[in-house]
Design a protein around this ligand. Sequence first.
Ligand code: SF4
Ligand code: SF4
Ligand code: FES
Length: 248
Amino acid sequence: MKDTIRLRIFRGDAAGGEEREYEVKTFPGMVVLDAVHQIQNEQDGTLACRWNCKAGKCGSCSAEINGYPRLMCKSRVEDFYDASGMIRVHPIKTFPVVKDLVTDVSWNYKVAETIAPLKLADDEPRPLRMAQDDVERAQEFRQCIECFLCQTVCHVLRDHNRTDAYYGPRFMVKIAALDMHPCDTLERRAFLRQQAGIGYCNITKCCQEVCPEHIHITDNAIIPLKERVADEFYDPFRMLLRKLRRSK
Ligand code: SF4
Ligand code: SF4
Ligand code: FES
């Protein structure tokens, strides 16, 4: 590993900004977040970044390292500097910049508020009992740390800016956890198709590749949800039933 490396870090706010270059001394095991902290402590206390656990579990330190969304606390510097010892660090692209590496991800929390919680039948026996398969399926979805890297990489939100039309992969995971719960009685398919915009996902799997918790977002959440929606709205028998119901 090089003894010193350079970081070109975005400095600015919603009005604009530019990269500024810093040189830092390395140490074994150093991650990009360590380098940012070293700059804050020794060179420039005005550099803003969000972090909390430094253990890949709070989801706060998301940033774009060499143009790709990652957690800074899980990114070893030696995996990212180029031949000249340079790493570029920018805020995540999909959400508005507040300052430097800090973005405003509050849109996600507003989306979360629109998702109805688990709805049990009034006569559901207590305590709730679940088959082990159902427990394991839901467990994967509950590992989400809300880093929003998947939201950041999803081209519907990132390149087409369709936050008005699609909730994004993080919320497909959240809805899947509810919809696949064996005791949930809420019909979520119309909501998924219309308000949550699941049809905008074209299964590129970029979200799945970037997830630090290795959640199979597309394979285990989005594709099964799409199949449920397709069964409801495009199954010819169900379509006929709906038309008959409407004509009464
Ligand atoms: S698979 Fe769907 S949700 Fe995931 S990045 Fe691609 S379009 Fe977005
Ligand atoms: S699904 Fe994965 S990438 Fe998306 S917010 Fe949760 S932990 Fe982050
Ligand atoms: S600081 Fe918590 S995930 Fe990086």
